[in-house]
Structure formats: structure tokens, C-alpha cells
Design a binder for this molecule. Structure first.
Ligand code: CUA
Length: 137
């Protein structure tokens, strides 16, 4: 039988655990997240290599849901899409031997950028590609 200080500690522990479960449930709902829920309108192949991005297309239109299929031909990189305000919109690893998919719905026209977020060698900072989103016709 636990003594009084241990009982208090156990109750505190249970209260913290319960609080964690409640916070998790309320902040993670609705579940599952939107990933994959949007209908893909087009796919774009993305290949990373030291130190450049190779895209099968570098343009999209507002309203399109693009599935970026990201791989690497040498080392690990990280594909990160930024808008004109330099806010990151989505990100996924670029790994040799794997094709990782990430979807994004473009809601505004503009000059977007793709940057590498994983240190991949001397010219990591130069791994930047332009991506243009045009207004819907
Ligand atoms: Cu590629 Cu850093």
C-alpha cells in the first residue's frame, strides 16, 4: 500500500496523463488529417541531386492539387515548398531509392520556391528552384 506522498504523486501523474490524452484528442481532431483527402489533379516528378532540383514541370494553376513525387539520385535532401512570403507550405524527405509523395492545393498565384531543408553538402544553400502558379483560366 503506497504511503501518502506516493499516493499524491500517483494522482498527479494520472492527472497529467489524462490531461495529455484530452489535449491530444482535442487538438488532433478531426482525424485523419487532410493528407491525401484532396483529389489529385496532377502529379509532378521531383528529383533531388547535389545541388539542384529537377522537376517534370515547374508550373501549376490556382485550384490544382499537385502530388509531388519526390526522390533523390544521391544523398538525402528535403523538399520544402515556400510561398512568396517565405512561409513553408509543405515538406517531405527526398531519399535515394524511395519516392515520397506530398500533396498541395495551390490557392493563390505567385512565384513559389522549393528549398532544400536537409544539409546535403557544400552547396546545400544553393538548392533552390522556382515554381510558378498562374491564376485559374
Ligand atoms: Cu539538398 Cu540540402
Amino acid at each position: 500500500m503506497p504511503t501518502s506522498p506516493y499516493r499524491l504523486r500517483n494522482r498527479l501523474f494520472m492527472a497529467v496523463m489524462l490531461g495529455g490524452v484530452v489535449i491530444s484528442l482535442t487538438t488532433l481532431l478531426p482525424w485523419p488529417h487532410d493528407a491525401g483527402a484532396a483529389a489529385v489533379t496532377r502529379s509532378i516528378d521531383v528529383k533531388a541531386k547535389q545541388w539542384a532540383w529537377e522537376l517534370s514541370d515547374d508550373k501549376a494553376r490556382v485550384g490544382e492539387v499537385i502530388e509531388f513525387r519526390v526522390t533523390s539520385e544521391d544523398v538525402n535532401h528535403s523538399f520544402a515548398l515556400y510561398d512568396e512570403q517565405r512561409q513553408m507550405l509543405t515538406q517531405i524527405q527526398a531519399m535515394p531509392g524511395f519516392v515520397n509523395k506530398v500533396r498541395h492545393r495551390f490557392t493563390a498565384p505567385g512565384n513559389y520556391q522549393i528549398l532544400c531543408l536537409e544539409y546535403c553538402g557544400l552547396a546545400h544553400h544553393g538548392m533552390v528552384a522556382a515554381f510558378t502558379v498562374h491564376a485559374a483560366p
